[in-house]
Design a protein around this ligand. Structure first.
Ligand SMILES: C[S@@+](CC[C@H](N)C(=O)[O-])C[C@H]1O[C@@H](n2cnc3c(N)ncnc32)[C@H](O)[C@@H]1O
Length: 222
């Protein structure tokens, strides 16, 4: 966290306090006391979406879990490969900040006609929907081993992985962002979804960011 940053917005939520801080024209989001995202970099958040879209045919239905400062969504709308984009974000206040403070970073993406923003917990939303996606990009935490809320841990194991797989179209791809490598998670992902590709992105602060890409392979009909 930037110690020189000033708080420009804060709101209480059922999950703890959500805070937006600014320093030198850049913003950081702190949720429940956990640093989640800032506007300074974004390379791996863009790669999350770019790599997923490259792995599926054009005209894809894309689901993004976690709006954050909007880098992943901006990448999605900059591509012609996504025909429909659903973004599920748990914090309504954060979605609102994209009308002012964070607008330069999402760069109009929320107004793109292909985009539907849903304000919900992604696990609950996935359980309730029967929609299927060619690509699901999950970036709601600092990674499988560092979740912002305890409840999010279910997304990275057992039933949560099965739920995510069940919302993939045949041949679809699940892409998951992590602030550090998690070999145990990569194994669970491969077992639950399918073959995993691991992409690492060097970052200034130390350990590389990681994007895991798992393809839900369709079994050959006999
Ligand atoms: C690390 S940020 C996402 C960064 C984003 N990829 C970007 O480009 O800025 C995580 C986001 O997920 C949201 N989030 C956390 N838990 C969630 C959940 N269970 N369901 C939906 N959104 C969630 C947070 O409020 C936050 O906006």
């Amino acid at each position: 966290m930037d110690s020189g940053a000033v708080t420009v917005a804060r709101t209480g939520t059922a999950r703890g306090e959500l805070v937006l801080r600014e320093s030198g024209g850049h913003y950081e989001v702190i949720s429940n006391g956990v640093f989640l995202m800032d506007t300074r970099a974004g390379e791996s958040e863009r790669l999350l979406v770019r790599a997923a879209l490259q792995a599926v045919p054009p005209g894809a239905r894309l689901l993004i879990g976690g709006l954050g400062v909007g880098f992943s969504l901006a990448e999605a709308v900059s591509s012609t490969r996504a025909a429909e984009i659903v973004v599920v974000e748990i914090e309504p206040a954060l979605v609102g900040w994209h009308r002012d403070h964070l607008a330069p970073f999402s760069a109009g993406a929320l107004g793109d006609p292909r985009v539907r923003v849903v304000t919900a917990d992604i696990a609950a939303w996935l359980r309730d929907t029967d929609e299927r996606f060619d690509a699901i990009c999950l970036d709601v935490d600092n990674g499988p081993d560092w979740t912002v809320f305890d409840a999010n841990a279910e997304l990275y194991a057992g039933d949560g992985l099965a739920l995510l797989r069940s919302r993939l179209a045949p041949g679809g791809v699940l892409a998951v962002w992590s602030a550090s490598a998690s070999p145990a998670y990569a194994q669970r992902l491969a077992a639950a979804v399918g073959p995993v590709r691991t992409l690492a992105v060097e970052v200034a602060r130390g350990e590389p960011d990681v994007v895991y890409l798992a393809r839900h392979e369709v079994e050959n009909p006999v």
